[in-house]
Design a binder for this molecule. Structure first.
Ligand code: SF4
Ligand code: FES
Length: 374
């Protein structure tokens, strides 16, 4: 066995050793947490991905031990390999944070702010990115782009206005199916995902484009508008599938299966199966097996990726952890004024009183009076 050359690389002050040829992004992911730059187009399971979105930009403060000069410009960490002795700044670099805020602003120029009705809300990478690096206002004064609607068939819904042209779905179709029927047509401002002559995406593995899409541009028609992801309980499950690994996450409410997805890791990418292969799933498992009886349930899924779903009282274990805090603890030790009856304070709910005759419902002063008296 030949010995692997290891390079020392420091990211945000943390040093690790990685094999030569590792990208800065992969090295940072090995350290983990906030040190890892966000990635909207790179997807480790898809060959050739990365280099499109610039969200993963980092500053190389020292090129290597042999040539310690800093790199003159910020570099895309998903496409730049480490050198021995390299020093990289991600969240510790003002320049990076400023550039990332600019990239988010650009990504949002044409992206509709329709999160309240978007099925990807709660697990959207762009939503998380805007939360971390976005501005509260836009400087864009023009009309956002609109597109002619394309029907991609019975299972996959395309919302082109949400697409950030990351190419992940194109690589997925190229690498998982024997004939890609969709792609990015036209150039510049006109570039769009389409099938050119209306065709449906119906290869048995094409459903995986839904899982790789970082935004809500490609969503599952069988789940559309049915529920919000944060109300659902993700459960690991498997079935003996002749086509794919059969290892999935079921998104349940009660006993009802609302959605089936592949299992995802902390970077939001498809998790590997125990034999080290990416756990892509087939359309039959994803779209047709919506009965709990179709599956062997393994147990609750831990959502390890930081997202809206794993925030707050869920503590990273969605649907499995009951909140342990008491009202007193979250209310700064003050007991709740739950014994106050609102009907004593206002006549608004009394049927025999004409609404037009009410002097006015309770307001701040009423409650302050009660609080001061107690
Ligand atoms: S549809 Fe989604 S996966 Fe495909 S290019 Fe657009 S954003 Fe990327
Ligand atoms: S993740 Fe590196 S350029 Fe998009």
């Amino acid at each position: 066995m030949t010995e692997q050359t290891l390079f020392k690389v420091t990211v945000d002050g943390i040093t690790i050793e990685v094999p030569a040829g590792t990208t800065i992004l992969q090295a940072a992911r090995q350290i983990g947490g906030e040190v890892a730059p966000p990635a909207m187009c790179y997807y480790s399971k898809l060959k050739g991905s990365g280099g499109k979105c610039r969200t993963c930009l980092v500053e190389v403060a020292k090129g290597s031990e042999k040539d310690p000069r800093p790199m003159p410009k910020l570099v895309a960490s998903c496409r730049t390999t480490v050198m021995d002795g390299m020093e990289v700044k991600n969240i510790t670099s003002e320049k990076v944070l400023d550039a990332r805020a600019g990239v988010v602003e650009f990504l949002l120029l044409n992206h509709p702010l329709d999160c309240p009705i978007c099925d990807q809300a709660g697990e959207c990478h762009l939503q998380d990115l805007s939360f971390d690096h976005g501005k509260s206002k836009t400087r864009f004064e023009f009309q956002k782009r609109t597109f002619k609607k394309h029907d991609l068939g019975k299972n996959i819904q395309l919302h082109m206005t949400r697409c950030i042209l990351c190419y992940r779905c194109v690589f997925t179709a190229d690498q998982l199916t024997n004939k890609r029927v969709h792609g990015i047509l036209d150039r510049g401002d006109h570039a769009e995902i389409a099938t050119h002559i209306e065709k449906s995406l119906d290869n048995e593995f094409i459903g995986n484009v839904i899982d790789v899409c970082p935004v809500g541009a490609l969503t599952d028609k069988t789940f559309r508008f049915k529920n919000r992801v944060w109300f659902l309980k993700p459960m690991d499950a498997h079935r003996d599938c002749p086509t794919c690994s059969g290892r999935v996450t079921l998104w349940n409410r009660g006993d009802e299966v609302y959605r089936v997805t592949a299992r995802k890791d902390e970077w939001g990418e498809i998790e590997d199966t125990p034999d080290g292969e990416p756990g892509w799933i087939c359309n039959t498992c994803r779209f047709d097996k919506k009965n709990a009886s179709d599956w062997v349930i393994e147990g609750p899924r831990e959502i390890s990726r930081a997202s809206v779903i794993s925030q707050g009282h869920y503590s990273g274990k969605v649907g499995t952890t009951k909140p342990t805090e008491t009202f007193l603890a979250v209310n700064g030790g003050r007991a709740p004024h739950l014994l106050m009856d609102i009907h004593d304070e206002s006549e608004v709910n009394q049927q025999n009183i004409h609404l037009g005759q009410i002097q006015g419902p309770s307001h701040g002063d009423t409650f302050n009076k009660i609080e001061n008296a107690s």
